[in-house]
Design a protein around this ligand. Structure first.
Ligand code: NAP
Length: 497
C-alpha cells in the first residue's frame, strides 16, 4: 500500500501550498474571491474543518467566463490531435498524483481512500478516452439541388459551464471536463461546496499543462456561484450533474442555452426465480455501492425486487455479505465504508430510516450509527437493508442517496414491472435471469437509460452511453454522444459558379 502522506496535516499543507493557499484558479492564476469571503470545507469523518476556500460570487464567475472566452479562439484553433496530446499529458499527471488525490478526497468526501484513488485514475482515463475519440467529430456532405456543395461542421460552443455534485469529486472534476475540452471548448468548472479541495488541486496540474484560461475552477455555493454560471450571457452550454430539484432550477435559469443533466436514480434490480441466489446477492450488495460511496452514487440499486420463492435465501445471503462491510475512517485503506457527506445529509438519511420503520418496512440489518467510539463524531451510518418494503412507501419512491437498500418481493410479473417503472426516475435497471428471451423482453419494458442483465449499474464502460430516462436527466455521457453534445452544427452552402 502506497500511502502518500503519513499525516492528514502534511497532505493538507502540501495541497494548500500547491494552490497558493487554497485559491481559485482563473485565467491560469490563483485568485481570492473578489469579496474576500471564504467558506469551510469539513471532514465528514469528524465534522472538523479541513480547509477554507474562496466563496466565489457572480463577479468571480464573470471573470472566469471572460478569461475562458478569451482563451477559446486559440484553444479551438488547435488541431484536435494537438488538444489530445495536451490532455493526455494532463491525464498522465493526474495518474501520477492518484494517491494524493485519493487521500484528499477520502478526507474531504468521506469516500474510502482506495476507491478515490481508482476514481482519480478513472477521471484520467476519460481524458485519454475522449482525446482518442476526437477525430470522430465529423460533419456530413449533403446533396444540393442544382449542384454545389452543402456540408456541416460540428463546432464548439465556446465557454462551457460544468457544475459537479459532491459524491465523486476528482473523478468528475477530471473526467467531466474531458469531452468539452477535446471538442474545442474552454471550461469554467464549479465543484460542490462540500468537496472543493481535489478540484482546486487539479488546477495545479492544469497550470502545468493547459494554456491559461482553458480550464478555470471557481468555488462557491450553488445559489450564488453556480447560478451565476448558469445565467451568464456568454455561456451557451451548461452541463450539470446533481439532484433533480437543482436540475429543475437550472432549466428555469438557463434560458436559451443547451443544457445536459445527469440527475438522480431509484434504480431497480429485478430477480427472477432462475437466477443464482449467491451471485445475485453479491451483485446486489456491490451494486448498492455501500463500499465505494456509502450508497451516495446515482447508479445504486436501491430497490430490489426479489421473487417470493427466493426471498428467504436471498436475504440470508445479503445479511451475511453486509455484515462483512467494515465501516471506518476513510483514510484507512483497510476499511470499506466511510461517513456520508454532512451532518445535514446524515439526519436526512436517518429520517428515511425512521419513516421506513413507521410505514411498516422490516429493518433486517444496520439502521444506526456504528458503535465504534472512534467514529462517534462523524456522519457514519451502518449499511442498512429493509425487507417487506411495499410499493409507494417513501423509501421506495424517493432517492435517499445513502446506504439504505429496500427489498420488495413479487409473484406477479406484470404487477412487479408496473411497480418497477412507477417512479419519477429512470437511470439504471438491473435484470437477473438466465432466460435470454425474458432478459430481452424485460430490458425493453424497463424505463431506464442504462440496463444491465446479470450485472449491476455500478459497472460502467467507456464508450457505453450513460444517462437517464424521465426525471433522471437529459443527455448521455461517457460516449461519443457526450463528445458530440459539446458541439453545435453549422451548415455551409457553396455554389459552383
Ligand atoms: P445538488 O445539491 O443538486 O448539487 C450539485 C451541484 O449543483 C453543486 O455544485 C451545487 O452547489 C450546485 N447547485 C446548487 N444549486 C444550484 C443552482 N441554483 N444553480 C446552479 N448550481 C447549483 O446535488 P448533490 O447533493 O451534490 O449530489 C447528489 C445528487 O447528484 C443525487 O441526486 C445524485 O443522484 C446526483 N448524481 C447524478 C449522477 C448521474 O450521473 N446521473 C452522478 C452523480 C450524482 P453547492 O453544493 O456548492 O451548493
Amino acid at each position: 500500500m502506497n500511502l502518500p502522506f503519513e499525516q492528514a496535516s502534511d497532505l493538507l499543507n502540501f495541497a494548500q501550498e500547491k494552490t497558493d493557499g487554497w485559491k481559485m484558479f482563473i485565467g491560469g492564476k490563483w485568485v481570492d474571491s473578489t469579496s474576500g469571503k471564504r467558506f469551510v470545507s469539513y471532514d465528514p469523518s469528524t465534522n472538523q474543518p479541513l480547509a477554507e476556500v474562496p466563496e466565489g460570487n457572480a463577479e468571480d464567475v464573470s471573470k472566469a467566463v471572460e478569461v475562458a472566452k478569451d482563451a477559446f479562439p486559440s484553444w479551438n484553433k488547435l488541431h484536435i490531435d494537438e488538444r489530445g496530446v495536451i490532455l493526455r499529458r494532463f491525464a498522465d499527471k493526474i495518474r501520477n498524483w492518484a494517491e494524493t488525490f485519493g487521500m484528499l478526497d477520502a478526507l474531504d468526501s468521506g469516500n474510502p481512500y482506495e476507491a478515490m484513488v481508482a476514481d482519480a485514475k478513472k477521471g484520467a482515463g476519460l481524458l485519454d478516452f475522449f482525446s482518442g475519440l476526437g477525430m470522430e467529430i465529423k460533419g456530413q456532405t449533403i446533396q444540393t439541388p442544382g449542384g454545389g456543395l452543402n456540408y456541416t461542421r460540428m463546432e464548439a460552443f465556446g465557454v462551457v459551464g460544468r457544475i459537479l455534485p459532491f459524491n465523486h469529486p476528482i473523478s468528475f472534476a477530471a473526467g467531466k471536463i474531458a469531452a468539452p475540452l477535446v471538442a474545442g471548448n474552454t471550461v469554467v468548472l464549479k465543484p460542490a461546496e462540500q468537496t472543493p479541495l481535489s478540484a482546486l488541486l487539479l488546477g495545479k496540474l492544469a497550470e502545468e499543462c493547459l494554456p491559461p484560461g482553458v480550464l478555470n475552477i471557481v468555488t462557491g455555493d450553488g445559489p450564488n456561484c453556480g447560478s451565476a454560471l448558469v445565467r451568464h450571457p456568454h455561456v451557451y452550454r451548461i452541463a450539470f450533474t446533481g439532484g433533480v430539484e437543482t436540475g429543475r432550477r437550472i432549466i428555469q435559469d438557463a434560458g436559451i442555452k443547451t443544457v445536459s443533466l445527469e440527475l438522480g436514480g431509484k434504480n431497480p434490480l429485478i430477480i427472477y426465480p432462475d437466477a443464482d441466489v449467491k451471485k445475485v446477492a453479491a451483485a446486489t450488495v456491490a451494486g448498492m455501492n455501500f463500499s465505494r460511496s456509502q450508497g451516495q452514487s446515482c447508479g445504486s440499486n436501491s430497490r430490489v425486487f426479489v421473487h417470493e420463492t427466493q426471498k428467504g435465501e436471498f436475504l440470508k445471503e445479503v445479511i451475511s455479505l453486509v455484515k462483512k462491510i467494515k465501516c471506518g475512517m476513510p483514510t484507512n485503506p483497510m476499511i470499506d465504508m466511510g461517513p456520508v457527506i454532512s451532518k445535514e445529509h446524515y439526519n436526512r438519511v436517518m429520517s428515511y430510516i425512521e419513516s421506513a420503520k413507521e410505514e411498516g418496512a422490516e429493518l433486517i440489518i444496520g439502521g444506526r450509527h456504528p458503535l465504534n467510539p472512534e467514529l462517534e463524531d462523524g456522519n457514519f451510518i451502518e449499511p442498512t437493508v429493509f425487507s417487506e418494503v411495499k410499493h409507494g412507501m417513501k423509501i421506495e419512491q424517493e432517492e435517499i442517496f445513502g446506504p439504505v437498500m429496500s427489498v420488495l418481493s413479487w409473484n406477479d410479473e406484470e404487477k412487479m414491472l408496473y411497480e418497477v417503472n412507477d417512479v419519477e426516475y429512470g437511470l439504471c435497471a438491473n435484470i437477473w435471469t438466465n432466460d435470454v428471451s425474458r432478459a430481452l423482453r424485460v430490458s425493453e419494458r424497463v424505463e431506464a437509460g442504462y440496463v444491465w442483465v446479470n450485472g449491476h449499474g455500478g459497472k460502467r464502460f467507456k464508450g457505453a452511453p450513460f444517462g437517464g430516462y424521465k426525471n433522471s436527466g437529459i443527455g448521455r455521457e461517457h460516449s461519443l454522444d457526450e463528445l458530440i453534445s459539446y458541439t453545435q452544427i453549422k451548415n455551409i452552402n457553396i455554389r459552383y459558379e
